[in-house]
Design a protein around this ligand. Structure first.
Ligand code: SAM
Length: 225
């Protein structure tokens, strides 16, 4: 499925991270050896998730996509019992090591497509967490994934990227100076994001990950009947 800016969700998101090499590189980028920008973003993401997680019961957590286990320290501090899922076995393998390193020895790991959570997992959770997935999926897939998350958890914490004129301008300037990727991926306007995230949910709270430098915002949602 390709969006109007040429971003191909299936190959560039679902399949992309299945490669061993990509998983290793992703992990390195956000680890202690990564760039200051990646490390700062990872730190702020963990802070945002932790703040929202602590507002609600969080004994049991579904972390999807867990990636290489960026949130393991957050769940270790919160004392949560975690099922960590991802579509990529290679990402999951690194996540196992990260969870162990964070001191969580009883986390469980499972390959799962976020579009098919209820077909794969026969369990419910206090909270389902989804960090850094929805900003790269087309609108209808966003809705589907949010619905799936809400079906298995009392609360959902999910991040997305909000497109504003400022961020579009900032990316254009960066692209013309530094080059690199100029596509818009699957970012949505503040109004569309509000509509998508309140469709079937009450928005309890939200947090910006990093003002100015990042478009990422994390939402705490409660499914409504
Ligand atoms: C940018 S990484 C984010 C991982 C982690 N949450 C983090 O913040 O580091 C995106 C992850 O989404 C996974 N992914 C992509 N499409 C998926 C899908 N449909 N279901 C589950 N995982 C998916 C990829 O394998 C990858 O691990």
């Amino acid at each position: 499925m390709e969006d109007e800016n040429g971003f191909e969700y299936s190959s560039e998101m679902k399949e992309y991270y299945k490669s061993d090499n990509v998983a290793t590189k992703y992990h390195e980028a956000f680890s202690d050896d990564g760039s200051w920008r990646h490390k700062l973003i990872a730190k702020r993401e963990r802070n945002a998730i932790e703040t929202l997680l602590r507002k609600v019961p969080h004994e049991t957590v579904l972390d999807i996509p867990t990636g290489t286990g960026k949130l393991a320290p957050v769940f270790a501090d919160a004392g949560s019992d975690v099922l960590a899922c991802d579509i990529s076995e290679n990402m999951l393998q690194i996540a196992e090591t990260e969870y162990e390193r964070a001191g969580i020895s009883d986390a469980r790991f499972q390959v799962c497509d976020a579009e098919e959570i209820t077909e794969t997992i026969d369990e419910s959770f206090d909270v389902a967490v989804s960090l850094r997935l929805l900003h790269r999926v087309p609108t209808e897939v966003k809705r589907n994934i949010l619905t799936e998350l809400g079906r298995v958890a009392d609360y959902v914490i999910a991040s997305t990227a909000i497109e504003t004129q400022f961020h579009s301008f900032r990316r254009d300037v960066r692209q013309s100076v530094l080059g690199g990727d100029e596509r818009d991926h699957c970012y949505e306007s503040p109004e569309t994001t509000q509509e998508i995230f309140s469709d079937g949910f009450e928005i309890i709270s939200s947090k910006r990950v990093l003002p100015v430098l990042s478009q990422e915002r994390v939402y705490l949602l409660q499914p409504v009947e």
